[in-house]
Ligand binder design. Structure first.
Ligand SMILES: Cc1ncc(COP(=O)(O)O)c(C=O)c1O
Length: 277
């Protein structure tokens, strides 16, 4: 999913004169936006620094390095305003001369990529029959752009946002916003790229449920998906059982290959208190 936004954010910056030959791109990322940017930067000849939280999988860090990116690791368990947070470190780096931060949390090219690609793909592939869109919410780019396109086509479309337990989108009060282990979804602030008006309802899903579903999808369906894909499917099954005659489409953002050392590793699961049955 995030490959789609990398190239579009880079080309928007070039068009606006914010990036030129020899510049360095800096982005705080859970990994996947970094990978999309890394591909675009490799082709276009920009340097890339990805700033990540220490909870993100080693596979994603190594993948970024394989594309030639530099990776900075920051603590997960600090407030966004803390100078050690990945947001603050990325902001400091991008304030340097000839450094540019696409900022997937505020860049309109993020939701736009899904208005131009993901929405039309789902519309065409369902012959316009989609009734309910289910997607996890991170920056909100996927759900905002995809829902904007699809709701324009069918104003009766229902949109369900799936959120990890501990994230701000479904937190009843500020004290409920806490850390969780699923990667790429949920936030501890409301990003500009998310238009919450597109979301008709939310489902909150725990880490344990998300990881169990990712493991189940591999062995029962032959689908190796990441934790946020497991999370989205847990939400989609709740919705599908409630609306049995509707066509429900669920977005699975990435592959389980990035989580072989975590979700698909029994020792890691047990160490973190999850069931491996
Ligand atoms: C694994 C994964 N799932 C879901 C998402 C959420 O997508 P969005 O940021 O478009 O809301 C991301 C975003 O980085 C991600 O990396």
């Amino acid at each position: 999913m995030k490959d789609r936004i990398g190239i579009r954010m880079i080309e928007r910056a070039e068009k606006n004169g914010w990036l030129s030959a020899g510049d360095t791109v800096v982005e705080p990322t859970s990994g996947n936006t970094g990978i999309g940017l890394a591909m675009a930067c490799a082709v276009k000849g920009y340097k890339l620094i990805c700033v990540m939280q220490d909870k993100q999988s080693k596979e994603k860090q190594n993948l970024l390095k394989a594309y030639g990116a530099e990776v900075y690791i920051c603590p997960t368990d600090v407030d966004p305003s803390d100078p050690r947070s990945f947001y603050s470190v990325a902001a400091e780096l991008s304030s340097r001369p000839n450094h540019y931060q696409p900022d997937q949390y505020s860049n309109p090219a993020n939701p736009e990529a899904h208005i131009l690609a993901t929405g039309p793909e789902i519309w065409e592939q369902t012959d316009g029959l989609i009734d309910i869109l289910v997607a996890g919410v991170g920056t909100g780019g996927t759900i905002t752009g995809t829902a904007a396109y699809l709701k324009e086509k069918n104003s009766d479309l229902m949109v369900v946002g799936i959120d990890p337990e501990g994230s701000i989108y479904t937190a009843a009060e500020p004290a409920d916003v806490t850390t969780y282990l699923v990667e790429g979804v949920g936030e501890d602030f409301w990003p500009e790229t998310y238009n919450p008006e597109v979301t008709d309802r939310y489902e909150m899903v725990s880490d344990g449920e998300s990881f169990a579903m990712a493991r189940r999808l591999a062995v029962e369906e032959g689908l190796l998906v990441g934790g946020s894909g497991g999370m989205a499917v847990v939400g989609a099954l709740r919705i599908a059982s409630e609306f049995a005659d509707k066509l429900v489409i669920v977005v699975i953002p990435d592959s389980g290959r990035s989580y072989l050392s975590k979700i698909f590793n029994d020792a890691w699961m047990l160490e973190n208190g999850f069931d491996v049955a």
